[in-house]
Structures are given as structure tokens and as C-alpha cells.
Design a protein around this ligand. Structure first.
Ligand SMILES: *[C@@H]1O[C@H](CO)[C@@H](O)[C@H](O)[C@H]1NC(C)=O
Ligand SMILES: *[C@@H]1O[C@H](CO)[C@@H](O)[C@H](O)[C@H]1NC(C)=O
Ligand SMILES: *[C@@H]1O[C@H](CO)[C@@H](O)[C@H](O)[C@H]1NC(C)=O
Ligand SMILES: *[C@@H]1O[C@H](CO)[C@@H](O)[C@H](O)[C@H]1NC(C)=O
Length: 313
């Protein structure tokens, strides 16, 4: 009896081992389709844009231009007024207003290989989000949405930096393991400063170029920027203090500097989301509640349900 059992035990044992191996193989193979052949390359798989413009891009004087964009040249009066506030802060800066037509022209002329991708994006927010990556990469300078008001000069914060963002209080993404997690808070694409030809923007553009279809929410404006920051930090190139040509690769300033009113926390009883101020007094009170800030962003969100008209006097 016992003698018969031994070979059977060995047989059972080897069956078990084989079953386990087959299980592992089947499981692995069934996961393979998740790695789609046309999935975009990981962010920051490389660090230098073509022709080594990487290092030259970091030195040089402050880039004195403010980019803003609107569908046409005719700005609503409130936006025109906020836009002029940047000339008051930086009299030596040029302001450039980009229309939808200008955006497409910029890409057609300088980045024709991106044009098909650009045209495949939804008109409006998606194209506007992508176009500002090109202002930053091609010209560099400051970008701020039209609902930004400049309260005072902050060039000293840009001097030693090559790429600047401002955080906003509130965390939409709470897990540090999320590819778009940034510890400082929410990073919007509504405010940025960069030196031209910064590899950060090049990599985002190449990444988008390798995607197809509508931009999924997680690669639209702010999330794309946050994913870029996260990826750069994972690669060890973006903790502050890492310098290239004497400048920080990437600087994220605290919410109090450039985005003190959080649309997530609604941390002011004077401010109104979507630009729904009842009169100018209320608007002034909102701004004055953050008077230490350099830039005030009112979050009018005109592309969604916002308004840029103040109903009262
Ligand atoms: C590198 O920079 C120079 C000067 O800004 C520019 O003319 C040239 O087109 C850039 N090359 C590439 C490949 O981006
Ligand atoms: C910029 O960097 C230089 C050299 O490290 C330093 O002397 C200077 O104080 C810095 N400027 C600002 C505004 O931080
Ligand atoms: C952009 O995408 C097109 C089409 O897939 C490709 O031919 C081109 O090489 C890409 N350009 C860059 C700079 O990645
Ligand atoms: C502005 O609106 C607020 C809130 O409705 C109101 O309390 C205040 O009296 C108004 N001020 C002016 C000058 O109309």
C-alpha cells in the first residue's frame, strides 16, 4: 500500500508544480494586452530636446513676455483690465494675446508634425491647453489665464528659475503613488513661467504627439503638468536645489504667491467662484483679502459655467 503511494505522491507534487507554473504563465500573458503597442512613451524618457538646446535654454536674461489667449482679439472689458495689470507690474514686458487662429498658425509654421494631432483635439479648452505648452516651449516667458490680476512685480522669483509653477491649496489627487501627485497641492496650467526650449515642455509635447483621440481627463491641462512634475521628481531632476546652468530645473511656489484663492477650498468669504461678483466693491474685497499675493486668480472658468460680467456697479 505504502509503496504504491510514493509514486502517486510524486506525481501529485509535480502536477501541482506544473499547474502553478501554467497559472503564472497564463496570468502574465493575460496581462500583456494592457500594454498597448501604441501607448505613449513614459514622460521624461529623455531629457534633451533635439540639437542640444537643453543647456543653452537655461542661461540668459529674464524672458520678458506675457502670453494670454482668447478666441478672438476682442477681449471682454474685465479681462482687458486684468491683462493690463501685467503691464503695470512689468512695464518692460511685452503682452501677447493669442487667438485660436494664431495658435494653429504657430503650430503649422514651427511644429507641422504636430498639426494633425492638434486638429484632432476638441476645439476650445483642449487646443488652448496644448497651445500654451507651445508658447512656453517656443518663446518662454510668463503665461497667465485672463482671469489673473497681477498685484506686484515678482521678477525676483523668476530670476534664478528656469521653470516656475504656483500651487493652489487643495489636493484632488491624494495618493503619492498616483502619477499626477504633487505634494504642494493642485498645480494648474493657468500660471507658468519658463525659459524657452525647456525640456519639460518638449517632453509633454512629444508625449501628447504619441497619443491619439480626445485627451483623457488625466492628461488634460493641469493633470498633464502635474504628471510631468511627478515624473521629473521620480527621475530625480526636479527636487529644488538641482541646478542646471545655475538655475533650478523646476520651481513650485506656494499657493500664497500666485493662486491664493482656491476653487477647491473656497477660502475667502469675499471671493466668488465663476466671477459671480455682485459689484466692484465685492471684487476689490476679494483681492484685498489676499493682498500679500503677487498674482490673484479669480477662477472665472468662462469655458464652463463662469461669467466675466460683474452684474452690479
Ligand atoms: C535650437 O535653438 C535655436 C535658437 O533658439 C533654434 O533656431 C533652433 O531651431 C533650435 N533647434 C531645435 C531642433 O529646436
Ligand atoms: C540667484 O542666485 C545667485 C547665485 O546663486 C544668488 O547670489 C542670488 O541671491 C539669487 N537671487 C535670488 C533672487 O534668489
Ligand atoms: C509626432 O507624431 C507623428 C505621427 O505619429 C510622428 O511621425 C512624428 O515623428 C512625431 N514627432 C515627434 C517629434 O515625436
Ligand atoms: C455690493 O454687493 C454686496 C453683496 O450683495 C452688498 O452687501 C454691497 O452693499 C454692495 N455694494 C455696493 C457698493 O453696491
Amino acid at each position: 500500500m505504502y509503496k504504491l503511494c510514493r509514486p502517486r505522491r510524486a506525481f501529485l507534487l509535480s502536477s501541482c508544480i506544473w499547474a502553478f507554473i501554467i497559472f503564472i504563465v497564463v496570468r502574465f500573458v493575460s496581462f500583456l494586452p494592457l500594454r498597448q503597442p501604441d501607448s505613449p512613451p513614459p514622460l521624461f524618457h529623455r531629457l534633451s530636446p533635439p540639437a542640444g538646446n537643453f543647456s543653452t535654454g537655461f542661461s540668459g536674461p529674464l524672458v520678458r513676455i506675457v502670453h494670454q489667449s482668447w478666441a478672438s482679439r476682442k477681449l471682454p472689458e474685465q479681462f482687458a483690465e486684468w491683462s493690463r495689470s501685467f503691464s503695470a507690474c512689468f512695464p518692460d514686458f511685452r503682452r501677447r494675446l493669442w487667438t485660436d487662429e494664431d495658435n494653429r498658425e504657430l503650430i503649422a509654421r514651427h511644429y507641422p508634425w504636430f498639426l494633425r494631432r492638434y486638429d484632432s483635439l476638441a476645439p476650445g479648452v483642449q487646443r488652448a491647453d496644448v497651445s500654451r505648452l507651445f508658447y512656453m516651449y517656443h518663446y518662454g516667458g510668463l503665461y497667465c489665464d485672463l482671469d489673473c490680476e497681477c498685484l506686484r512685480d515678482f521678477r525676483h522669483l523668476l530670476d534664478n528659475a528656469s521653470l516656475v509653477f504656483g500651487a493652489m491649496q487643495g489636493l484632488m489627487i491624494r495618493s503619492p503613488r498616483d502619477p499626477a501627485y504633487v505634494a504642494e497641492g493642485q498645480i494648474e496650467n493657468s500660471f507658468m513661467y519658463s525659459r524657452p526650449r525647456h525640456p519639460f515642455f518638449w517632453d509633454l509635447i512629444v508625449y501628447l504627439n504619441a497619443t491619439t483621440g480626445e485627451m483623457p481627463i488625466m492628461s488634460s491641462g493641469p493633470y498633464l503638468i502635474m504628471s510631468g512634475i511627478h515624473a521629473a521628481r521620480q527621475l530625480g531632476i526636479a527636487p529644488s536645489g538641482i541646478r542646471v546652468d545655475g538655475r533650478d530645473f523646476l520651481t513650485v511656489y506656494p499657493p500664497a504667491y500666485f493662486n491664493p484663492y482656491s476653487w477647491m477650498l473656497l477660502n475667502s468669504r469675499h471671493c466668488r467662484l465663476y466671477g459671480r461678483f455682485e459689484n466692484r466693491t465685492q471684487l476689490r474685497q476679494c483681492r484685498d483679502s489676499f493682498q500679500d499675493s503677487y498674482v490673484m486668480q479669480y477662477h472665472t472658468q468662462v469655458w464652463a459655467k463662469g461669467s466675466y460680467l460683474i452684474s452690479g456697479p
